[in-house]
Ligand binder design. Structure first.
Ligand SMILES: Cc1cc2nc3c(=O)[nH]c(=O)nc-3n(C[C@H](O)[C@H](O)[C@H](O)COP(=O)(O)O)c2cc1C
Ligand code: SF4
Length: 437
């Protein structure tokens, strides 16, 4: 048996079909954290508890949740919570588990956040391709509203809060927090320059907290059990439990709730997840979605936590771990990434709009075995010029992985240069790249 075990806190009742209903959720202790906060804690105490727990956002950037809440200024303007349920990072499918199997958990976490920051309205922005999540969340809100848990004078207190679902329309960029807000306001989902950060100036220029679904689910357990209990799980810098979505060439794919800091990335993949399952060795691992650097087999002995994976040169990002074995061409993976980001670029910034398409075309040239001498240098130059020169981080989400593929699998790119293609295992086409001119 693997020495690694799941530690289910957020997914504790995920196998209970009644958990998605208000009755089932309450039966298993649901809404006790909200009752506790409203009866015995001030809003500042809720924020302080979340800060003390060390909770870092689960949407990808890992910003401390309590600190973000503290940025909300004292003002007469309305304040808002926007729940980021867009879940569009390739490989990520964890928020969906919470929304479909335990939607009241997200709702309770959202109400706790609203209480802490003084918001009376929360919007839950759900990925449009998730009709079941949308339905389950809407049903949960209706049940909660009928039971006096959403709306005016919640649980007979002065705290009032309404919650609305807003379905997205299929744009990856609307998961970026400022694009999400622009979209919620009814406009095209363009990211905005930061600062001002949304906590200071967000929806309709009012203070707005944007938090990921899983971050808010954690808040419920922090308030129920205390910051010290949460800090006792995981390790310094990666406290609590986290949901990880393991996919690709892996014998046991799935969404797992794990404590960080207790094992290495290699142990997770080879021992707990059973290796590639194809009989072939691991060739590359994207440990945090497609937006971060690939790790090679010799880089998998880092401890599995945010800081250690960062030291190894990548990031746990949104918790999506994608694995591929040595049957896969690294250049084709890079092309897949480049095609995705160039398609999803919103087009506002020239380096991202033009650069992402150049990168796509260049990588496709390597894939076809038609690259020219100097194209590796050109690719690095184009990507260097995109890095840090744009409004949002989508450009880096293309640059960082693509550069890492060039650096770590350079011989495969070299094999894509016309005159060398025939001499290499991955030289030139291994499948048609029809979409690329
Ligand atoms: C291009 C791009 C796409 C993003 N997509 C998502 C997403 O789908 N879901 C999400 O929670 N965060 C996403 N983020 C991160 C958000 O901008 C933001 O950091 C997060 O929602 C904050 O919540 P947290 O502090 O609870 O993690 C994305 C960021 C970028 C740059
Ligand atoms: S970096 Fe790309 S996606 Fe982000 S605002 Fe600029 S053009 Fe749009």
């Amino acid at each position: 048996m693997s020495k690694i075990q799941e530690h289910r806190v957020m997914l504790k009742y995920a196998d209970d079909p009644e958990q998605a209903t208000l009755a089932g959720y309450r039966h298993n202790g649901g809404y006790k954290a909200l009752e506790k906060a409203l009866e015995s804690m001030t809003p500042d105490q809720v924020t302080e508890e979340v800060l003390a727990s060390g909770l870092r956002g689960r949407g990808g950037a890992g910003f401390p949740t309590g600190r973000k809440w503290q940025f909300v200024p004292e003002t007469d303007k309305p304040k808002y919570l926007a729940v980021n349920a867009d879940e569009s990072e390739p490989g990520t499918c964890k928020d969906r588990q919470i929304m479909e199997l335990d939607p009241h958990q997200m709702l309770e976490g959202s109400l706790l956040c609203c209480y802490a920051i003084g918001a009376e309205t929360a919007y839950i922005y759900i990925r449009g391709e998730y009709p079941h999540s949308i339905k389950a969340t809407e049903r949960a809100i209706e049940e909660a509203r009928e039971a006096g848990l959403v709306g005016k004078n919640i649980l007979g207190t002065d705290f009032s809060c309404d919650v609305w679902v807003h379905p997205g329309a299929g744009a990856y960029i609307c998961g970026e927090e400022t694009a999400l807000l622009t979209s919620l306001e009814g406009n095209r989902g363009y990211p905005r320059i930061k600062p001002p950060f949304p906590a200071v100036e967000g929806l309709w220029r009012c203070p707005t907290i944007v938090n990921n679904v899983e971050s808010l689910a954690c808040v419920v357990h922090i308030i129920n059990n205390g910051a010290e209990w949460f800090k006792g799980l995981g390790c310094e810098g990666s406290t609590g439990t986290r949901l990880f979505c393991v996919s690709g060439h892996i014998a046991r794919p799935g969404v797992y709730e794990l404590e960080c800091g207790k094992f290495t990335l290699r142990e997770l993949l080879e021992d707990f997840c059973g290796g590639t399952g194809t009989g072939r060795p691991i060739k590359g691992v994207m440990p945090g979605g497609s937006s971060f650097q690939v790790l090679t087999p010799d880089e998998l002995d880092c401890t599995f936590d945010s800081d250690s994976v960062q030291k190894a040169g990548s990031s746990l990002g949104s918790g999506a771990i994608m694995v591929f074995d040595d049957s896969v061409s690294a250049v084709e993976v890079a092309l897949n990434i480049a095609e995705f980001y160039s398609h999803e670029s919103c087009g506002q910034c020239t380096p991202c709009r033009e650069g992402s398409d150049w990168v796509r075309k260049l990588v496709a040239r390597f894939c076809r075995g038609e690259a020219r001498e100097g194209d590796i240098e050109l690719l690095m130059d184009v990507t260097d010029r995109m890095d840090g020169t744009t409004i949002c981080a989508l450009a880096e989400a293309l640059v960082w992985p693509v550069q890492s593929y060039v650096r770590k699998f350079r011989s495969e790119f070299e094999a894509g240069i016309t005159r060398r293609a025939a001499e290499h295992e991955f030289g030139g086409f291994s499948k048609p790249v029809e979409s690329v001119p």
